[in-house]
Each structure stands twice: as structure tokens, then as C-alpha cells.
Design a protein around this ligand. Structure first.
Ligand SMILES: [Zn+2]
Length: 258
């Protein structure tokens, strides 16, 4: 699933191409993509001007002169400009100078009018929001708390494992047992990690590609995720994989401490 760095990469590509454009027509080819909305996008979108393209967590936000359009790519959502329709094309936005297609093989993604879902999220992980204080309110394992989008938005399975590795925190550590200093360090290191991943245009593990169909490059730099059995870059112990919060979790049993 695309996480914050992958979605930010897409937003940075969309912004210059969409800002100032007008939607001339909207087509929804599969109704399941439109969720939590009683507004018919085919009627509502035509005529709207796009003021800006923003991101909160893993969500893309189109700021329109008449409100907001919220896009979530789910597991396999992809946005493409001027691309031919495929059997996986779920929606098409016609713009005054181009077209934007939304393809989604597994259809866990969504497009909806408004920004209701954003209001339920915690602060964006890149915001200087002191969000580590929110981690300390939870008694779940820190890995599960990092994945909880209501606590902090944008971190998924890959970057949770990478952030905890960098901070040398065992993923099963009860969040509220962390010292304030360790939690604060985790926040700083997570932000550094996400910014580095954005510089490499994100991580391509399975399906993720940007709006031009290009893969990201950060997967080559992962230190924990996907490295089970390989030597830890710090201490050479084999990286372990276990299941935590229903997700495969990669960590160094030697240098990640509770
Ligand atoms: Zn180690």
C-alpha cells in the first residue's frame, strides 16, 4: 500500500499539472470506488476549478473552488495522465487540457466529495506537531500505535518497521512505557526517514508506481523491512520477522530494545 512518501511523490507530480485546471467532465466506471458520499461526482465535479493539490497522511486532497475531493489509493490505486483506459480504470476526470485516469486492480481505494475522512485522522507524520506525545497515551505495542492513522497519519507497515529500527525500539514495546525522550527521538527519526524516502520517490514493493508509471527507489535502502534472515547493518545479527498487529514485522532482536 502506498504510504506517506509514495503519496507525497504523486502529489508533487499532480500539483503543477492540476493547479488552475478546470474539470470538464467526470465519469465513474465502478460505483464501489465512490464511498461515504451522497454526492454524484458526475454532476458535482464538472465546472470545478482545481485550486491546489494537498496531502494528509496517505490521502490526496484536491482543493476545488467548490469544496474538496479526497482520493485514497488503497492497495493498488494509480493515477495516470492521458493514459488509455484499461479494464481496471475506475474513474476518469476530463480536464480542460488533459485527462486523469484512476486505475485500481483490487479496489480498496476511494474517491469522495468532501474531507470528512481527513478530520478523523491524527496529525500528518511530517508535521512538526509533537505527535510523539500522542503515542504515549496508548497501551498497545508501539508498532500498532504507529499504524493507527487516528494517532498519526501516513505511516504504514514499511515505514513503521524502518522507523522503529532507526530508533532501536522493539516493535512489541508497550507505547506508554516509552520514555518521553525515546518517543521524541522516534518522532524526529521518523520524519527524517520519510523525507529521505520522498527524496528517493518512495518505495516500490509490489504495485506502486508514480503518475508516469515509474517505480520508487527507496526499497534498496530499507534496513529492516523485507530483510528477514539478513544481517543487521548495525550489529550483524539476523533480522527477524514475526507477526504483530496482524502485520509482518521486521526487527533486529539484538539492538531494538523494549
Ligand atoms: Zn542489530
Amino acid at each position: 500500500m502506498p504510504e506517506l512518501p509514495e503519496v507525497e511523490t504523486i502529489v508533487r507530480e499532480l500539483r503543477p499539472r492540476l493547479k488552475g485546471r478546470r474539470v470538464t467532465a467526470a465519469d465513474v466506471l465502478h460505483a464501489r470506488i465512490v464511498r461515504h458520499s451522497d454526492i454524484d461526482l458526475r454532476d458535482w465535479l464538472p465546472g470545478a476549478r482545481i485550486i491546489d493539490v494537498l496531502r494528509h497522511g496517505k490521502f490526496i486532497l484536491l482543493q476545488l473552488d467548490k469544496g474538496w475531493l479526497t482520493v485514497h489509493l488503497g492497495m493498488t490505486g494509480q493515477l495516470r495522465f492521458e493514459a488509455p483506459e484499461t479494464v481496471y480504470t475506475r474513474a476518469v476526470l476530463q480536464l480542460d487540457d488533459s485527462s486523469l485516469l484512476y486505475d485500481d486492480i483490487r479496489m480498496f481505494g476511494s474517491i469522495e466529495a468532501g474531507r470528512k475522512r481527513i478530520d478523523q485522522l491524527g496529525p500528518d507524520a511530517l508535521a512538526r506537531d509533537e505527535w510523539h506525545v500522542r503515542l504515549l497515551r496508548h497501551k498497545a505495542p508501539i508498532k500498532a500505535v504507529l499504524l493507527n492513522q487516528r494517532v498519526v497519519a501516513g505511516i504504514g507497515n514499511i515505514y513503521a518497521d524502518e522507523a522503529l529500527f532507526r530508533a532501536a525500539i522493539h516493535p512489541a514495546t508497550v507505547a506508554r512505557r516509552l520514555s518521553k525522550a525515546r518517543a521524541n527521538k522516534l518522532e524526529q527519526l521518523t520524519r527524517d526517514l520519510l523525507n529521505e524516502a520522498i527524496d528517493f520517490r518512495g518505495s516500490s514493493i509490489s504495485d506502486y508506481v508514480d503518475t508516469e508509471g515509474r517505480r520508487g527507489g527507496f526499497q534498496e535502502r530499507h534496513q529492516a523491512y523485507g530483510r528477514e534472515g539478513k544481517p543487521c547493518v548495525r550489529c550483524a545479527s539476523p533480522i527477524e520477522k514475526s507477526f504483530l498487529a496482524q502485520r509482518g514485522t521486521h526487527f533486529c532482536p539484538n539492538c531494538q530494545r523494549r
